[in-house]
Design a protein around this ligand. Structure first.
Ligand SMILES: Cc1cc2nc3c(=O)[nH]c(=O)nc-3n(C[C@H](O)[C@H](O)[C@H](O)COP(=O)(O)OP(=O)(O)OC[C@H]3O[C@@H](n4cnc5c(N)ncnc54)[C@H](O)[C@@H]3O)c2cc1C
Length: 386
């Protein structure tokens, strides 16, 4: 193959793109792979960096050196008359700095993939699908490949250009960092706040010598999120204003009409809209879809013509079904947050199951079924979401 022809091109070197490349190293033998990334690493990534245990479980190498805090407790503000703290007793979330984490994943992909070429500072600007190949246009070059992976994040230009992904509600989040003073937040606790506007929430994540602070909500606007975060930080005595480095970024969830595969193109991670709609957690979907994508590409390149279509079915059954159940849990919570928080405080087994969803030992569909059972529904007095 010439220098511009590859078996696989991956657009985007975030967690979904790098992990797709990593897994391709195991499954595609000597196939040639090109990763195109518009930024130059290390780069800042707007993200709280909370890697749920279930996301970490999908990473087949040690990431200990980039874990800045290990969380087993949550402090919930703004719902009951007083804030309360819930502890699980075992790690639930590992907090990473995304610029360090993303560098590590890309490094591991390079180590695992014999024929991997990475081009940073090069943006994919267009693509053309033909029967037997895809032509990928960047701001500086043209490449060709047998399979293209769209891993270009929540605002995926690739998904839009191919008419894929119809987000249910484009959420918006803002995030910035504060220096951590010893007393500000313990390294094992995430603080969340649902006050004022129940559909939006604010947070503080411990990150070693920093705190990641932010706010998110469906259909939110930047000024309202900034006001929300500022008020929360003042109430907690953490800062008088939002951090100077605060930036916004969309949170995209897919819906049942969203497509994930078209011809020789498949989408992974945020590009496919795999963000969990209740917490905004997208790293699990990125990790899981990367592995499924590499499996399917391996099968496709060895002659299984329907392998890419099968990827879409797998993502629907393994990931999107989970996200839809998370949406049910979210509806139950927002139908009566006060009652839900009381139940979490009074019934440790409910709290434990919520944590086990995050660690990957339990699932959202099971949790949703549990919440639909009596006595919670009886106590809610109406169907969730009404
Ligand atoms: C404020 C905020 C907080 C969050 N907190 C959490 C959290 O605590 N836990 C969690 O699990 N999730 C969190 N998320 C979601 C999480 O950040 C994403 O789900 C995750 O980054 C998805 O990874 P990805 O690889 O699909 O996309 P990204 O990480 O967005 O990576 C996409 C990559 O593609 C590159 N790119 C984009 N366009 C092009 C192009 N045209 N050509 C080439 N390259 C391109 C980008 O530069 C980027 O490097 C948060 C999101 C936000 C906005």
């Amino acid at each position: 193959m010439s220098g511009s022809e590859f078996d696989v091109i991956i657009a985007g070197a975030g967690p979904a793109g790098s992990m797709t490349a990593f897994h391709c190293g195991d499954r595609l033998g000597g196939s040639s792979i090109l990763v195109l990334e518009k930024a130059v690493f290390p780069r800042r990534k707007v993200c709280a960096g909370g890697l749920a245990g279930r996301a970490r479980a999908h990473i087949p190498f040690d990431i200990g050196r980039v874990v800045r805090a290990t969380v087993d407790s949550f402090e919930v503000n703004g719902v009951l008359s007083k804030e309360f703290r819930l502890t699980y007793g075992e790690p639930v979330v590992y907090v990473v700095d995304r610029s360090e984490f993303d560098v590590l994943l890309l490094q591991k992909a390079k180590e695992n993939c014999r024929n991997l070429v990475v081009k940073q500072g090069e943006t994919v600007v267009g693509l053309k699908q033909e029967l037997d190949r895809v032509t990928v246009q960047t701001d500086t070059s043209v490449y060709r490949c047998k399979v293209l992976v769209g891993a270009d994040g929540a605002s995926s230009r690739i998904a839009k250009s191919e008419g894929l992904v119809q987000p249910r509600d484009i959420g918006l989040a803002i995030e910035g960092s504060l220096a951590a003073n010893g007393a500000d937040a313990s390294q094992d606790t995430i603080i969340v706040d649902w006050s004022t506007d129940q559909q939006a929430y604010a947070w503080v994540f411990p990150k070693g010598n920093l705190l990641s602070v932010g706010a998110a909500g469906p259909n939110a606007r930047v000024p309202s999120l900034q006001a929300r975060l500022g008020e929360f930080l003042r109430t907690k005595g953490l800062a008088d204003d939002i951090p100077a480095d605060t930036r916004s970024h969309p949170l995209a969830s897919c819906n049942s009409r969203s497509g994930i595969v078209k011809g020789r193109l498949l989408l992974v991670g945020d590009a496919a809209g795999l963000v969990e709609p209740f917490t905004g957690e997208g790293l699990s979907g990125a990790m899981q879809s990367a592995r499924l994508a590499a499996d399917s590409i391996g099968a496709f390149l060895s002659g299984k013509q329907d392998a890419l279509a099968r990827y879409e079915r797998l993502v629907r059954s393994c990931i999107i079904a989970d996200l839809e159940a998370a949406q049910v849990v979210k509806s139950v919570f927002y139908a009566n947050p006060e009652l839900c928080c009381k139940i979490l405080c009074d019934r440790p087994w409910v709290w434990s199951r919520c944590c086990r969803v995050l660690t990957g030992e339990y699932t959202y569909p099971k949790l949703a079924r549990l919440l639909w059972m009596k006595p919670l529904l009886t106590q809610l007095g109406s169907a969730p979401g009404t």
